[in-house]
Design a protein around this ligand. Sequence first.
Ligand code: B12
Length: 487
Amino acid sequence: MNAMRLDELALLPDNPRYNIKAISEQTGVNVSTLRAWESRYGFPEPHRSESGHRRYSERDVALVKWLRHRTDEGVTISQAVDLLQHQLAQSPILPPVPPASTVLTPASQTPTRTEISFAITALLDALSDVNFQEAQRLFEAVCQSFPLEVALLDVFQPLMVEVGERWLNGTMHVTGEQLGTTLLRQWLLSKLQTERSVTHPVRIICGCAPDEQHDLGLLMLALLLQRRGHEILFLGANMSLSGLTDLLQRLSPAVLCVSVSLIEHVPDLLRISEMTNSVATEGYNVALVYGGHAFERHPALLAQMPGHFIGNDLATATSRVHALAGDVAEGRIGKQALSGWLRERGSYLADEFEFAKDRTCGTVALKLAEVYPELGQIPGRPNGTPWREQIYSETPRRFHLMLQVVLRCQALDVIEQEYRWAWNLLPRFGIRQEHLLSQVKWYFESMEELIGVERRDRVHFESFKAAVTERVWRSTGQYLTLTENAA
Ligand code: B12
């Protein structure tokens, strides 16, 4: 059996099935030798029944056979075990071969198909057996060792679909389904929470139709969109419609993503669309995007639906929502384009900004120093040099001056030119895109608080912020993900 076959062995189930006599008969390795291998090399390491008897899995059988073939070829058993451990260590989800190896495919490397299907099979086994610890271990291994997009799109999504199939045909108890849902949901929510970072101010709201419980697909979409830098408000399952109109007006999101899995919740989309239409008449343009299992089952419904259906494939949907959000935020879809508003209101806003300049720039400087104390610490130069001072206090002022030009001359594009030029220098001083985007965010936050944006300017003000941030983002480094590459 060559190395490739060994890789395939990893796909076999690991649930306990055979006693020692049965595995001995199947492999031709006698019972005492099996015990000796176990005590000397820690392998095979069988499960134990409640009464303490050894129980071996299909995978154990295959691995013992593999060892026997090696010894038949003249390799010593200790060399064969070494070889086995070495080869299994190449696989991201290791069957527990002692000493328990933790060598995983680094998250930056794309796992092989075998590794992916092994992960799915192993997870399905653990869920079918309602083996909480094993399921949790495998979930963690996948999350740690696979790139996020691969974990979501290639492992967890097909896993959940298969879980649904097994539940339907009675081969998996509902508890297994619940266990999978809980582990996945917890992990996705914690990712959404911890990965929140400043980039675009383009806001996107994600929620499931009222009474709809299936929120995992939407949660994945939310996480992928957040990775593109959007500000996500995740309302989750069973979204309430009573305060939705108000929420849309208050938060002025560029996109509202709605998920519908069960057909009975489809009519709610019509109600939601009435709400997005009604806020649009007041100038709050929100693109309604919908998707979910219901439309996979009943594509004929699509023709009757309002809003945008951009497909259920999460990678493509992420790119499309990203593009749509940019369009809406920049007012391309809106009644009055951003450039028109800038012509009309730019100078007024510039005056307002000028009035609040000192306080805002002071606030931003303090925040920069507090959140990024490492900034400006150039090797070989003592701390507190004028350079550090300049980073913290001068950069918000320069940003302010640039916005004055943008607002008074209605020249959004100068931002891109200026930042492209600066980006030739800044990384050398340890400045990252995140620092620049944080500065932009804090500047606008402070300005909004101080000047109190008038109601009639609110929508365009949001678009303006988005347009500025987008340009800073675009001209300072890259934010490439697998999904983006694929798009
Ligand atoms: C986990 C699960 C549950 C969990 C949900 C937990 C949670 N927080 O999500 C629980 C246990 C609560 C549950 C309950 C029920 N479930 Co259920 N469930 C599933 C299961 C196994 C997985 C769902 C899942 O997460 N899939 C993985 C995600 C990634 O896929 P997805 O949700 O389909 O989303 C995809 C796309 O649609 C898209 N997408 C989703 N939303 C959006 C939104 C936008 C804007 C975009 C662009 C894209 C997009 O992204 C994904 C990529 O394709 C599915 C099986 C399946 N085939 O999906 C059954 C399944 C959906 N459930 C089903 C059923 C019947 C039910 C119940 C009625 C069962 C019952 N009697 O209790 C209840 C109904 C609850 C309710 N009122 O909503 C059936 C639905 C069949 C049908 N006729 O439509 C399924 C298909 C199982 C089956 N094989 O029959 N369920």
